[in-house]
Ligand binder design. Structure first.
Ligand code: NAP
Length: 311
């Protein structure tokens, strides 16, 4: 029986693990892929306090993992198929049948890239359609790319992609970006980037690999055929919460609703990071969530009281 079982090893889960194991709680951190989650795919992290020089997301994740292990966190790589949350003692059941029992669960489930849902998108995944600039940029040396989206990821990664690609066209459905101003300024100043405002991708086409996209102006409905070599779909995230829907309270977009102490509607079940309903999804806020969730779990196990707050 673990004190704390943490599901998901992004910055929220890794920080929860550091805090829980440092509090001498018997802690297990379960991840189906690799530690770090989305951050591990970040080329450089420049807004995590204390890291002035270019730290890669991968390196940052690895130091968090090492820190958690140093305090005694047990890392486990497995796919969890179901969760038993209703009784006082909880269990996570892996797809191979293994049961992991714990007094508390921290759900740091993160989020996955959202799809566009246009013809050609799924067909050309890995052959010109990508959801991760850091993973795939190097395949597009001197190629022409389209990036779809207007948030931090699309705007920041467009700049990164110009290290390899000859040109990047950002396709955004509105006439202004959602991204932070500092990222927008860099993009506007980058001579290799152009923007198709008020435009959406209607379809992605090619033979063996992507060779064009059809764009439509949402105001004029005029369509153009743009010859390109690859499409990076960077249109945001969907919380990875399907497995808990109907039991843990979610908002209409699928994000986990907690109070400010990371408590969900189920006693002993806490949530942290990008899968939680909140204003700002950053490494620093994920880490803060993780630290609070671990502390709240410790108090729950000890039966300590604390001021009640509502979300
Ligand atoms: P996001 O902030 O949700 O932005 C998604 C973008 O894609 C928006 O511009 C949105 O358009 C557009 N979009 C959504 N669905 C679309 C569709 N079906 N078709 C066309 N366009 C669509 O997502 P994100 O950029 O991936 O960022 C996710 C989180 O990570 C954010 O909290 C962000 O701040 C954070 N992040 C931070 C950094 C950093 O601090 N350096 C870097 C990367 C990500 P509208 O604008 O019209 O809604």
């Amino acid at each position: 029986m673990y004190d704390v079982a943490i599901l998901g090893a992004g910055p929220a889960g890794l920080t929860a693990a550091i805090y829980a194991s440092r509090a001498r709680l018997k802690t297990i951190l379960i991840e189906r892929n690799y530690p770090g989650g989305q951050v591990a795919m970040c080329d450089k992290v420049e807004n995590y306090p204390g890291h002035i020089e270019n730290t890669s997301g991968f390196d940052l994740s690895m130091s968090m993992k090492e820190q958690a292990e140093r305090f005694g966190t047990e890392m486990k790589s497995t796919e969890i198929a179901s969760l038993e949350l209703d009784s006082k003692e909880k269990a996570l059941v892996a797809s191979d049948g293994e049961r992991i029992e714990a007094k508390t669960i921290i759900l740091s489930l993160g989020a996955n890239p959202r799809k566009l849902g246009v013809p050609g998108e799924i067909e050309f995944i890995g052959r010109g359609v990508s959801y991760c600039a850091v993973c795939d940029a190097a395949f597009y040396k001197d190629k022409k790319l389209v990036v779809v989206g207007g948030g931090d990821t699309a705007v920041e990664d467009s700049n990164f992609l110009t290290r390899y690609a000859s040109s990047v066209t950002i396709v955004h459905r509105r006439d202004k970006f959602r991204a932070q101003r500092i990222l927008q300024e860099r993009t506007i100043q980058n001579p290799s980037i152009t923007v198709q405002w008020n435009s959406v991708v209607k379809s992605i086409g090619g033979k063996d690999s992507v060779d064009h996209v059809i764009l439509e102006n949402v105001q004029t409905k005029q369509q153009i055929n743009l010859p390109i070599d690859g499409v990076f779909v960077l249109v945001g995230l969907e919380p990875n919460t399907k497995m808990i829907a109907g039991r843990v309270h979610l908002d209409p977009a699928g994000y986990i609703i907690t109070d400010e102490n990371m408590r969900t509607n189920i006693p002993g079940v806490f949530a942290a990071g990008d899968a939680r309903q909140k204003l700002l999804r950053q490494i620093v806020t994920a880490c803060a969530d993780g630290a609070i969730a671990a502390t709240a779990a410790e108090k729950y196990i000890d039966g300590d009281e604390w001021p009640t707050t509502k979300s």
